[in-house]
Design a protein around this ligand. Structure first.
Ligand SMILES: Cc1cc2nc3c(=O)[nH]c(=O)nc-3n(C[C@H](O)[C@H](O)[C@H](O)COP(=O)(O)OP(=O)(O)OC[C@H]3O[C@@H](n4cnc5c(N)ncnc54)[C@H](O)[C@@H]3O)c2cc1C
Length: 527
């Protein structure tokens, strides 16, 4: 029989404290440690550990053991695992690593390729091809695809497969289905676990357009396997994935038309960004059709023909190939969610609370299968937080206030926090500044001034709540805005801070200064 102890712990103020304390107690020999920093307590299996040994584990830290009591004696856990994870992508691996860091028994189940979307068919391959397309300009797609495949294989091995041995967990092969709040079926086998994490990701969503299936189309998964660029490519859906893959194939020689039902491309970004990027794409020879609803697809004379309505007028577009990039649908079908009582929303996304917990207490979800933003860093953070919460290690919640997003077009779109419209929807009274790129010295010396910076600040306090950048390397620039938003900085503080001259990041300081003055009238270095 294991001895369960309850400790009162002083000095804990956040989830990180809880993780630190749990690690220290485990190093001292405690097992099944659960720390609740809000309640200031930890429970653990002691096996003869006394107050002295437990206090010594925290000696020299800001935490202290204020009391120890014996709670109960119980039999060891009867279930197979502490945590069972469905999926093996970023969310799943982050969860497994967190569980193993605390010595917990965890197994993953994967029905496809270990590593999931990002490494195999998402972030890495798409960005490798984009970078190759910018270097190669007009030729060499087959070679770029072969190099991309080699990179994907290497990253899958280094960032996923090798880590299984490193941390000591297993990935079972097969499609998993819930059989109850603590059990999962994989083929003929049923595994039981104290907690289950659903991290099954999402797949390309294909709209039910008559004739589309018969005509055939590419998705983000198949477009990265093409070895010849189509002569004329129609991209249905001009958000991040459509823009990136469309521009990649354009760089390899396709004539690209972007079609979107929204009244602008990149519709979730600031309108100024959409407008400037449209002008840039059109100047590069691409066509952009907005407010265009595709209603039917037909194959005529070897062409794939899109027909629909554009601003109340019929339109027709002929192409050799179609790329459907109209969003990603959560992989929640066939998991037995309804039978077990796990709630989903109208899109099929699993509904989670701020602790990644579903409507069933022992079942958690993280990553693209939830309604949370579909980025790999959100999936990984959600997976780790879900594991901590599910295993009782800490109470972790994701904070999206300064969340960044990057679209890797040329130039890049990068944003953090809220757009002006989102801020107003949330009830903020805001003001904004828009700085054209020709006010940024780095853009002038690069002779590449198409783009802009936009900052959104709370009126009165000047607190920065959002930033958007359309510029070369905007993705690198935005990290400063992430930190500024997270630190609660005002635009006056941003304007008064240091910014290295002749960097694109100086644009943030200039845009902050633009709240109070005409930056065209400043001398060198935004001083
Ligand atoms: C083209 C493209 C480019 C992208 N670029 C970026 C980028 O630049 N930056 C960024 O942050 N994000 C990017 N993303 C998004 C990012 O890839 C995802 O947000 C992230 O990979 C989601 O991780 P996940 O763990 O939630 O799911 P996934 O990685 O999708 O993993 C889910 C896994 O679960 C498995 N599975 C599903 N159902 C079952 C079942 N019943 N049983 C067993 N296994 C199952 C699937 O096979 C899959 O392997 C991109 C996505 C795409 C498609």
């Amino acid at each position: 029989m294991a001895e369960t102890l309850e400790l009162r712990i002083d000095g804990m103020t956040c989830a990180d404290c809880a993780l630190y304390v749990a690690r220290a107690l485990e190093r001292a020999g405690a097992r099944s440690v659960r720390v609740d920093w809000r309640a200031g307590k930890a429970t653990l299996e002691g096996d003869g550990l006394g107050r002295e040994a437990l206090s010594a584990a925290l000696a020299g830290t800001r935490y202290g053991v204020a009391g120890v009591s014996e709670r109960s004696r119980r039999a060891p856990a009867a279930r197979d695992l502490d945590l069972l994870v469905i999926g093996s992508g970023a969310a799943a691996f982050a969860a497994a690593i967190r569980a193993r860091d605390f010595g917990r028994r965890v197994v993953l189940v994967e029905r496809g390729t270990v590593g999931g979307t990002c490494v195999n068919v998402g972030c890495n391959p798409s960005k490798a091809l984009l970078a190759a397309s910018e270097r190669a300009r007009g030729s060499g797609l087959a070679r770029a695809v072969a190099e991309k495949d080699a990179l994907v294989a290497r990253l899958r091995r280094e960032k996923y497969l090798d880590l299984m041995g490193e941390y000591g967990f297993e990935v079972l092969s097969g499609a998993a289905k819930l059989a109850g709040p603590h059990s999962v079926e994989v083929g003929d086998e049923v595994l039981t676990a104290d907690a289950i994490l659903i991290a099954t990701g999402a797949s390309p969503a294909v709209p039910p357009i008559p004739g589309l299936t018969e005509a055939g189309y590419l998705t983000s998964q198949t477009a990265i396997e093409l070895t010849e660029p189509p002569r004329r490519l129609a991209v249905i859906g001009a958000n991040a994935i459509g823009l990136e893959l469309g521009q990649m194939l354009a760089n390899f020689g396709s004539l690209v038309t972007f079609v979107d039902v929204a009244d602008r491309i990149a519709p979730f970004e600031e309108p100024e960004v959409s407008e400037a990027l449209t002008a840039i794409l059109e100047a590069a020879g691409h066509r952009v059709l907005t407010s265009a609803r595709v209603e039917a697809v037909a194959v005529e004379g070897g062409d794939k023909v899109l027909r629909g309505d554009r601003d109340g007028e019929p339109f027709e577009l002929r192409a050799d190939e179609l790329l459907v990039a109209t969003g990603r649908r959560p992989n929640s079908d066939g998991l037995g969610l309804a039978e077990v009582g796990v709630e989903t929303d109208a899109r099929g996304a699993i509904v989670v609370d701020e602790h990644q917990r579903t409507s069933v207490e022992s079942i958690f979800a993280a990553g693209d299968v939830t309604g949370q933003p579909q980025f790999v860093y959100v999936a990984a953070a959600g997976g780790a937080a879900a594991a901590s919460n599910a295993l009782g290690l800490a109470e972790e919640a994701l904070d999206f206030d300064s969340l960044p997003r990057v679209t890797f077009t040329t130039p890049q779109i990068a944003s953090a926090g809220l757009t002006e419209a989102q801020a107003r929807e949330r009830g903020f009274d805001v003001e904004s500044s828009v700085l054209p790129l020709d006010a940024v010295p780095r853009a002038l010396v690069d002779a590449d001034t198409s783009g802009l910076f936009k900052l959104v600040a709370e009126a009165g306090t000047g607190r920065l709540v959002g930033a958007s950048v359309l510029a070369s390397r905007a993705g690198e620039v935005i990290q400063s805005a992430v930190l500024a938003i997270r630190a609660g900085m005002s635009v006056s503080e941003l304007a008064a801070g240091w910014a290295p001259y002749l960097t694109m990041a100086e644009g943030l300081k200039l845009a902050a200064q633009a709240f109070g003055r005409d930056v065209a009238k400043l001398s060198c270095c935004a001083a």
